[in-house]
Design a protein around this ligand. Structure first.
Ligand SMILES: Cc1cc2nc3c(=O)[nH]c(=O)nc-3n(C[C@H](O)[C@H](O)[C@H](O)COP(=O)(O)OP(=O)(O)OC[C@H]3O[C@@H](n4cnc5c(N)ncnc54)[C@H](O)[C@@H]3O)c2cc1C
Length: 445
């Protein structure tokens, strides 16, 4: 029997893949399939679901080769779809909000930039419902789930063959065109494929830092106004960029598992809140000569913490950090040191963050944390917790044309794993741009 040839196969069912499929359907492209190694088509949509509708957050207009008008138009298209999910709630209102101006001015006095985007949130406990809702927009796209793409072959007459495994069986699918949206979890697999297929790529920056968890009463004065406030610092000692990221009022610290290390992260539920707030403080790291491999550098830091924490992330009380001593299990909740004010929501290993973090990054983080304490007084309470490592590996960059097509014709890229976005909304937008590019190319042939 002759094997079916798809017009487009999308690798990855995260927001980039799902929005690409929606737009391919809208643009009349048939024979489209999505492949994902997981049983549930979702990617990172199951995590927290804070949505930033602001062109300065989660997407790089130069990288996507679009102007602000186009970005705003695509953002409004994605917003229409996301906010149609009834449990997606607006959490930051920016129109005529005078309090935002006040925070901006205080931040400016302390040398920081403050960005307050319009924000919506659905919460990790609504993750599956939102994915069902998004998938409901797809009428014709086929799904191959629990199916892992292991390699890609170029076919002689044009097009590609995807070699996949499902239930330990090898299967293959032919397609005229591929949209790779493998997310951060599939980024290194796709980089290996890119080497084999001679798809141009290079190293991008990574973000290295800590996750801060504190009693929410210290940060509520800010998060009551802006749910996920973005403070950006340029450090005076090294001139480096540090920013706050992914704030979760009433949230929990979470862990991301990798093969030989663990990273910290955070989320919040919609229905059940904790007494704490957590957020990331991260330092952007770019490397040049003689060593530009930001992936290897980030992984080395992550493995160092894995080693020091006996296989778990490390946590330290600010009270201990300030006095230059490690945190320990015996005194971790000591009332005499006021540590009981913040009960950890994740069971990391009490230790010494400064032992695992490169000095320049530690300097940058501490300088910025002290400035943030001037803007939001009280956050450096002795009970405040710092967890490490928090690393964002947005580190493989694929040069493309404006349709997000790589130098290998017929292979398009989108989403976080290919350097085209940093978050759910940006991933969705990049998926739409790639879909429009694919439709433009294939409707002509
Ligand atoms: C704990 C946590 C909290 C987060 N909170 C937020 C938030 O509040 N707001 C926000 O904007 N962002 C958040 N993010 C980030 C967000 O999840 C990502 O930005 C987003 O999911 C990226 O979308 P994507 O489509 O590029 O990739 P993904 O969503 O990662 O999807 C990629 C998919 O590709 C599949 N895949 C990879 N390789 C293969 C292969 N070889 N074969 C088959 N399938 C493959 C994966 O299984 C995955 O399902 C959070 C992330 C984490 C970990």
């Amino acid at each position: 029997m002759k094997m079916k040839t798809y017009n487009v196969i999308i690798i990855g069912s995260g927001p980039a893949g799902l929005f690409a499929a929606m737009w391919l359907e809208r643009l009349g492209i048939d024979k489209v399939a999505i492949i994902d190694r997981h049983a549930y088509p979702a990617g990172g949509l199951l995590n927290d679901g804070k949505l930033n509708f602001d062109c300065r957050i989660g997407l790089d207009l130069n990288e996507l080769q679009i102007g602000e008008d186009k970005a705003r138009q695509l953002m409004s298209e994605t917003k229409k779809i996301f906010v149609g999910f009834p449990r997606c709630k607006q959490v930051t209102f920016i129109d005529k909000n005078k309090k935002i101006e006040v925070i901006k001015n205080i931040a400016c006095e302390h040398g920081a930039q403050f960005i307050a985007p319009e924000q919506w949130h659905w919460g990790t406990d609504n993750g599956k419902a939102v994915v069902n809702y998004l998938r409901g927009h797809l009428k014709k796209t086929e799904f191959f789930l629990e199916t892992e793409v292991s390699s890609i072959e170029k076919l002689e007459g044009g097009g590609f063959r995807l070699i996949c495994s499902r239930d330990k069986k090898r299967i293959s699918h032919n397609t005229r065109c591929i949209l790779a949206a493998p997310g951060r979890s599939g980024a290194y697999w796709f980089r290996d494929i890119a080497k084999e297929l001679h798809i141009q790529h290079n190293f991008g920056p990574i973000d290295v830092g800590i996750r801060i968890e504190l009693n929410r009463k210290f940060y509520d004065p800010i998060t009551d106004i802006v749910y996920d406030p973005k403070f950006i610092f340029t450090t005076s000692r090294h001139g480096d960029k540090v920013r706050t990221f992914c704030t979760n009022p009433g949230g929990r610290v979470r862990v991301e598992n990798y093969f030989d290390f663990k990273l910290v992260n955070g989320d919040a539920l919609s229905g059940k809140k904790t007494e704490n707030t957590n957020f990331a403080l991260i330092n952007t790291v770019e490397l040049t000569k003689p060593f530009s491999d930001t992936t290897a550098f980030g992984q080395m830091i992550a493995r160092q913490f894995f080693l020091l924490g006996g296989g778990k992330p490390i946590v330290q009380r600010i009270g201990d950090f300030r006095e230059g001593r490690r945190s320990s299990a015996a005194t971790f909740n000591s009332a005499t040191r006021h540590f009981e004010v913040c009960r950890a929501t994740y069971n990391a290993i009490p230790g010494d963050i400064a032992l695992g973090m490169p000095a320049r990054i530690m300097d940058n983080l501490w300088e910025s944390f002290k400035k943030l304490d001037k803007i939001v007084p009280g956050i450096l309470h002795p009970s405040t917790l710092i967890y490490a490592p928090e690393i964002k590996f947005f580190d493989t960059h694929f040069p493309t044309n404006r349709n997000l097509e790589t130098n290998v014709k017929g292979i398009f890229v989108a989403g976080d794993g290919t350097g085209k976005s940093r978050g759910i909304v940006g991933a969705g937008i990049s998926g739409i741009i790639a879909a429009q590019g694919i439709a433009e190319k294939y409707s002509k042939t």
